[in-house]
Design a protein around this ligand. Structure first.
Ligand SMILES: [Zn+2]
Length: 148
């Protein structure tokens, strides 16, 4: 069992604290593009400005940082030891906003997929991307069945 408070993890958390890290989103976008998917980025007309919007599949993808979005049970999420009240309020606000956003999107018949940053680590990246594409294409099948 890994020590969640090891210096390595702490520096990972700290790197998330400094502004928005766009690298993770770009990794997913590039992969989808290479597989022939076409998308819109940060669509402001949709709740939560989803990182990736696939109109053809009526699917949106959020690429969430494990720290900012409180990935439960993830080794990359741990409450900071200092400024506890500040972080508690900030992170919980993010989580509440995520839930509301997801509900609004689902109510408008969007399929919502969350990709966590920890799922983009080298050793599991391609497996996660395979599954992601299956999740996206499942939605297409569902739409076709409804229309048929
Ligand atoms: Zn995670």
């Amino acid at each position: 069992m890994a020590d969640v408070h090891s210096p390595e993890i702490r520096s990972y958390n700290m790197s998330k604290i400094h502004g928005k890290d766009t690298k993770a989103e770009d990794k997913v976008r590039k992969y989808l593009f290479s597989q022939g998917f076409r998308y819109r980025k940060n669509d402001r007309h949709l709740p939560g400005k989803p990182d990736i919007v696939l109109p053809k599949y009526h699917t949106v993808i959020f690429v969430n940082g494990c720290f900012w979005h409180k990935h439960e049970g993830c080794r990359y999420f741990a409450w900071p030891k200092t400024n506890v009240d500040f972080w508690y309020s900030k992170i919980n606000k993010n989580v509440q906003r995520d839930k509301l956003t997801e509900r609004q999107l689902v109510e408008s018949d969007w399929k919502v997929i969350v990709v966590w940053e920890c799922e983009l680590k080298k050793d599991i990246f391609f497996r996660r991307m395979d599954n992601l594409i299956k999740e996206i294409q499942d939605q297409k099948n569902e739409i076709n069945e409804v229309q048929a």
